[in-house]
Design a protein around this ligand. Structure first.
Ligand code: F6P
Length: 358
């Protein structure tokens, strides 16, 4: 009899349920030889002992279901060593709940922050397996995270829809895409949606380059421009500021809710061109996983099950060159996978004539 815990933490995404289903199916076709505990709402459930025994019923029909059947929450890694308001030692509490249930392993689905806490628990002696979820695709040691391609589909659809209205009205449109501090989602959706200008955090943008690209399109008889901007994109000017200076600037600029609004104001001021903004926001994380994510998450889940059966713990399971791979958690935790301005894909974008803001 194996006893495992499941936990989904951080911002949700598509295919969390599909991944958990993969783990459980990979461990046993019926749950008689298996006890699966779901910790509710991420690490909060593990800290405060909020869990429930899951049955085969729970894993039925969830391959295509968005969100997470056990809930999620954000529990910042940097606060894990800080006692809660009642003085509870969170790390100790998590260990106690793990031992109380006599778990063989805790399978943790999450992004970067979640992974750091997963590694901390591994260092504390718990048997941990981490599975890389996030629409941002910024986890080191895996080519893809589940959730990413589903979000690419949604963000691409948003750009496609903006394209037709932008063309009809001869307008400049900005579509702001999620991705936190990295540009993968914007890059992929921007290329797939045929955006004319793609701005990502890894390549600080120069306003004059953006204006030149809009102007060049106008001169070429194309009256509209679609700009895909990552929520974390920054201007070359702002990229030079220290953290403190940036914070001050952000406070002064409170009237701009996000980069899209700031950029739109700059374009309007400099060129007099009217700019419209669309922010698909959390729709990018919602709904059913795309087929790629269903396959990826099922493969990752089954591979995690195999590791548990082999009693191999302390790994993240990722995909590298289309092969499922186990990667030591200690080697990847805390590292961010960013787009490099020298990446082949960036060079291809430039050959394609896309403006990347530099
Ligand atoms: O990490 C996933 C993500 O959707 C990012 O792309 C985004 O910056 C962030 O989460 C939003 O977080 P929240 O849902 O807490 O607002």
């Amino acid at each position: 009899m194996k006893r495992i815990g499941l936990l989904t933490s951080g911002g949700d995404c598509q295919a969390l349920n599909a991944t958990m289903r993969g783990v459980v199916k990979g461990l046993s076709s019926n749950l008689d030889e298996l006890e699966v505990y779901g910790f509710m709402n991420g690490y909060r459930g593990l800290i405060y002992g909020d869990y429930r025994l899951l049955t085969s019923q729970d894993f039925s029909g969830i391959l295509t279901k968005g969100g997470t059947i056990i809930g999620s929450s954000r529990q910042p890694f940097k606060l894990m060593r800080v006692p809660d308001e009642k003085g509870l030692d969170k790390v100790e509490a998590m260990k106690q709940n793990y031992y109380k249930l006599r778990l063989d392993c805790l399978v943790i689905l999450g992004g970067n922050g979640t992974q750091k806490t997963a590694n901390l628990l591994r260092e504390e002696g718990l048997n941990i397996i981490h599975l890389p979820k996030t629409i941002d695709n910024d986890i080191w040691g895996t080519d893809m995270t589940f959730g990413f391609y589903s979000a690419v589909n949604i963000a691409t659809d948003a750009i496609d829809r903006i394209h037709t209205t932008a063309a009809s009205h001869n307008r400049v449109f900005i579509v702001e895409i999620m991705g936190h501090k990295v540009g993968w989602l914007t890059l992929y959706a921007g290329i797939a949606g045929g955006a004319d200008i793609i701005l990502i955090p890894e390549i600080p943008y120069h306003l004059d380059k953006v204006l030149e690209a809009i102007e060049a399109r106008t001169k070429a008889g194309k009256g509209f421009t679609v700009i895909a901007v990552a929520e974390g994109a920054v201007s070359a000017e702002d990229a030079k500021l220290s953290k403190k200076e940036m914070k001050k600037k952000m406070e002064e600029k409170k009237y701009h809710p996000s980069v899209a609004y700031e950029l739109a104001a700059e374009i309007e001021r400099a060129s007099g061109t009217e700019v419209r903004i669309t922010v698909p926001g959390h729709t990018q994380r919602g709904g059913s996983p795309c087929p790629y994510d269903r396959v990826l998450s099922t493969r990752l889940g089954v591979a995690a099950a195999k590791l548990i059966l082999d009693e191999q713990y302390g790994y993240m399971v990722g995909i590298v060159n289309n092969k499922i791979k186990k990667v030591p958690l200690g080697e990847v935790a805390g590292k961010l996978k960013m787009v490099s301005p020298d990446d082949q894909i960036i060079k291809e974008c430039k050959l394609l004539g896309l403006c990347m803001g530099d």
